[in-house]
Every structure is written in C-alpha cells, then in structure tokens.
Design a protein around this ligand. Structure first.
Ligand SMILES: [Zn+2]
Length: 301
C-alpha cells in the first residue's frame, strides 16, 4: 500500500501541551527531521492552564496572556527542532486536585470520538507512516496526557475507516504506532547511579524515592540513537521558558554522562501493520529505526 507514496517518510508525534514534544522524544524528532523525514507535531491543547514554573518569568503580564506566551514559545521550539507543528485547538484541562472536577469544556472532558475529529482530518491530510504518542497511563498522570492517548488511538482507527468522519479527506492507515518510554524509572536509575559513581551530585535520588508503585513498564522494542541531538532537544525545551523550573532534575544532569550512559530515546511498538519485528532490528531484536520495515516500501531510503 505504501509503494504508491514515494514522496518520503512522514512522522507524526501527538502531544498534550506545548513543551511535551521537547521533553519527551525531542531528540528523536530532531534527528529524523535532520535526515529529511517530514516531521509534524500535533499539540492537542494550548497549555493555557499550565503553571509558570520559572519564577523569573512569573509576572502578571505573562499570567494574563499565558496562551499567547506559550504559542510563541512553541514557535521557537518548533524552529529549533526543525519540525512542523499544529495546534488541534483544545483547551488545557489543568491538573485538578484529588476529587476536583475537570473544568467545563476542557480537552479531557470532551467525548473521545468528537475530540478525535481534528486529528482524523490531520492524519488524512499528512498521511503519516509512523505515529508516536503516550501509553494508556499518559506516561504522566495528567488528564490531558491520558486523553491524548485515547484521542490518538481513536483517530488512528477512524482515519483508516472511510465510513467514520467521511468528510475530511481520503482514508489513511498508519503503519506503526509507538508509545514513548521517555523519563522512565530505568533512565532515572541509570543516570542517578552513573552520577553517583562519578561523584557528581544527583538530584534524581528524590525522583526515584517518590516513584509510584504503578504497573510495570512497557517493554522497550525500539531505541533511537540521538545523543547528537541532545543539545537541540535541550535548546528546544529551554525555549518553553515559562515551563522550565531552574535546576529541575531533568535539566541538571551533565550531558556528557547522559550521552555515555543513555544515548537513546526509547519506544514501545504498540501496533504495526508489518509482519514480525522490524527488519532493521539490532542486537537482542531491538529496533533502531522507527521506520524499520517501511523504508523499502516507501522507497525513500
Ligand atoms: Zn503535558
């Protein structure tokens, strides 16, 4: 089915808020964009209910117009990563406290089928071969992240079915769906140990101590080598200036240690139309390319 489309490879990454594309999988996007893959980020919400985590930027002007500030930050991050980006137009749900209801009209309060419609249209227009999003848990207990997972999976299925949402474009079947394994417990553990061994103070011990006893992590099926893009990832994340708390554990570790200890961003292959594991599987059957098994068929090399 892909031989008809030889214009190249297309990668769609679906995220909840501006900044998620940089903190989760940003180096992967930068690497594929640099290789000539057409990379598009879909951002479900405008991040209007995000907190201003950087005290230096926490003033009345910023708070009064956080939506605009975050659009400007996103525009800068998108340029740094070298990708295209679209907002899907939903309103940030914020992070309600225990027992607090979701704000009326917010993204996570929408029916999934309806909330998937803009993404169905985008998938049919962009025709991605590969889609990346969060797993069922959202990877992070924010209602918008869990909703992003549901909407992405629903949109993937509906986009392929011409009877659902018949109006926007020709049906399109995505070949592979991946879930992020970014910022995993294993990553924090490895970084914490490497820093401690080298006598570098690690702020990650507390992160590990606070780690919730939740379901076991998904299997790593795919590792994308992208240490060369860590600096680009960092610059893109810092472009979301209101969202980066100075000294936060993720930003504080030495990059040379990260490049040495964990030079990849990792994924779980959740769905694939291809038979068997990817043809570019490396040692231990781990894929090293999100387009493994697709390059030949797309003919983009
Ligand atoms: Zn988010």
């Amino acid at each position: 089915m892909f031989t008809r489309h030889s214009e190249g490879l297309r990668l769609l990454s679906v995220h909840a808020h501006p900044d998620d594309e940089s903190s989760k999988g940003g180096a992967t996007l930068a690497r594929y964009a640099a290789e000539g893959v057409d990379v598009l980020v879909a951002t479900c919400t405008g991040g209007e209910r995000g907190s201003v985590l950087n005290p230096a930027l926490d003033g009345p002007e910023v708070r009064a117009d956080l939506a605009r500030v975050r659009r400007e930050e996103m525009a800068l991050a998108r340029e740094i990563l070298g990708v295209r980006q679209r907002f899907l137009g939903f309103v940030d749900s914020g992070l309600p406290g225990p027992g607090e209801p979701l704000p009326e009209g917010c993204f996570a309060a929408r029916p999934v089928e309806l909330a998937a419609a803009p993404l169905v249209a985008l998938i049919r227009e962009f025709r991605p071969h590969v889609v990346i999003t969060y797993d069922e848990t959202g990877g992070y207990p924010h209602p918008d992240h869990v909703m992003t997972h549901r909407v992405a999976v629903a949109a993937l299925e509906a986009a392929a079915d011409g009877d659902r949402h018949p109006e926007p474009g020709e049906p399109w079947q995505v070949a592979k769906l991946y879930y992020h394994l970014a910022l995993s417990r294993a990553w924090f553990q490895a970084m914490h140990e490497a820093m401690t061994e080298r006598g570098v103070p690690s702020g990650m011990g507390q992160v590990l101590a606070d780690w919730p006893d939740s379901a076991p992590a998904l299997a790593t099926t795919t590792r994308i080598a992208c240490a060369e893009q860590f600096a680009v990832r960092d610059a893109a994340l810092l472009a979301h200036a209101t969202q980066v708390r100075p000294g936060v554990a993720f930003m504080a570790h030495p990059r040379d240690i990260e490049r040495e200890v964990w030079p990849t961003e990792d994924y779980h292959l959740a769905r694939s139309l291809l038979p068997g594991p990817g043809t570019a599987a490396g040692p231990g059957g781990i894929e090293t390319d999100l387009f493994a098994g697709l390059r030949e068929e797309v003919g983009a090399g």
